[in-house]
Write a protein that binds this ligand. Structure first.
Ligand code: NAD
Ligand code: UDP
Length: 337
């Protein structure tokens, strides 16, 4: 069986990818420090797949541990999800984010490259684009991230490019995710929401469920169809499927490939609210407030490259997303506790 190391594998996106890897008969090793996830996810993965991934509780910044993991195993590939992900928190705690995300990735990737891991997939973000003239973003655009989180992702992308110029034997796939949402259709795994979340979809879901009285919509005077912000919401199951395609893509292509992973359509905050109301049959009270600093009016992917080179296309739409988030909400009213 081919071994894959998944950092951040008990997290939201990582856990959905682990399920698909196990279903494809890969032997999965999860490395996670549980700073933003819980061990119980492993049992939930077993409930879905009938298999338990190998689990190593630890930090990507721990050089001795990473060396030990690579000394003890020959991996077919590495999927690197582990990171802190709050855009606003990255502004307040810049050093913590740099240390965890950049220093951590440097440690991990340095060792993985030394150990000759042939296939490395890195989770980057649409946040690397920042302000662009066009709302529809293409991989080849000049990058201009606004947040520390986006700047850190760009530093890691650049580090990967440097590896590539130094060693032709290693292949990297960089995935730039758009707004990752949704949940496994079973409702067993999904996004285990923290009190501090500031993302739209979990807040919409909690408002529909009655855990939050009113949703705050940031801005109703953007130059968009209904005045609210437009984003590309992509189902986590579609994202996970792209990672499997990403692994299969390597043998033919030995270089760095960077792909947008988005649906290629922009939905407004009000589109999300209305679709969620329709699916949940609940009313979602909301009020408008000022724009959130740093928010773009509109941003969505040009997914052409992933569609053509990876033969991957998002299959699930906003209604599917809202249905699966609602199913997860009902089955896990207080998250994974
Ligand atoms: P998540 O927080 O649910 O998962 C990340 C996991 O990494 C967590 O389980 C956490 O405990 C672990 N982790 C964090 N720092 C670590 C460290 N130093 N050592 C070991 N483990 C560590 O986040 P997610 O939504 O699943 O995101 C996965 C990846 O995708 C991240 O790199 C994130 O930046 C990127 N991303 C996410 C989105 C999104 O919308 N969720 C969008 C773009 C990019
Ligand atoms: N948003 C909102 N209210 C909230 C959270 C988000 O109106 O409580 C809007 C936000 O301004 C943006 C969209 O919803 O237009 C998506 O925001 P999110 O934080 O989920 O993702 P982002 O694209 O900012 O990373």
């Amino acid at each position: 069986m081919k071994k894959i190391l998944v950092t951040g594998g008990t997290g939201f996106i990582g856990s959905h990818v682990v399920v698909q890897l196990l279903n494809k008969n890969y032997q999965v090793f999860v490395l996670d420090n549980l700073s933003n996830s819980k061990k119980i996810v492993l049992e939930k993965i077993r409930k879905i797949t009938g298999k338990l991934p190998n689990f190593i509780e630890g930090d990507i910044r721990n050089i001795n541990l990473i060396n030990q993991i690579f000394n003890e195993n020959i991996f077919e590939g590495l999927m690197h999800f582990a990171a802190l992900k709050s855009l606003s928190d990255s502004e307040i705690n810049a050093e913590k984010y740099y240390d965890n995300n950049v220093v951590g990735s440097n440690n991990l990737l340095d060792i993985a490259v030394k150990k000759n891991i042939k296939k490395i997939i890195f989770s980057s973000s649409a946040a690397v684009y920042g302000n662009q003239k066009s709302a529809k973003v293409v991989e080849t655009m000049l990058l201009d991230p606004i947040t520390n989180y986006g700047k850190n992702k760009l530093l890691i992308e650049k580090k990967i490019q440097k590896f590539q110029t130094e060693s032709k034997n290693i292949s990297f796939v960089i995935f730039r995710y758009f707004n990752a949402v949704g949940a496994h259709p079973s409702g067993i795994i999904g996004e285990d929401i923290r009190e501090t979340t500031s993302n739209l979809m979990p807040l919409v879901s909690k408002t529909a469920f009655g855990q939050i009285k009113k949703l705050t919509i940031f801005g109703n005077d953007y130059p968009t169809k209904d005045g609210t912000g437009l984003r590309d919401y992509i189902h986590v199951e579609d994202l996970a499927a792209a990672h499997i395609k990403g692994l299969e893509f390597f043998p033919k292509n030995k270089n760095i490939s960077t792909f947008n992973l988005g649906v290629g359509k922009a939905y407004s905050v009000l589109d999300v609210v209305k679709t969620f109301e329709l699916v949940s049959k609940r009313k979602i009270p909301y009020e408008f407030s000022k724009k959130r600093p740093g928010d773009l009016a509109e941003c969505y992917a040009d997914p052409f490259l992933a569609n053509s080179d990876l033969q991957w296309k998002a299959k699930l739409n906003l209604e599917d997303i809202c249905r699966d988030v609602w199913n997860f909400q009902i089955k896990n009213p207080i998250g994974y506790e």
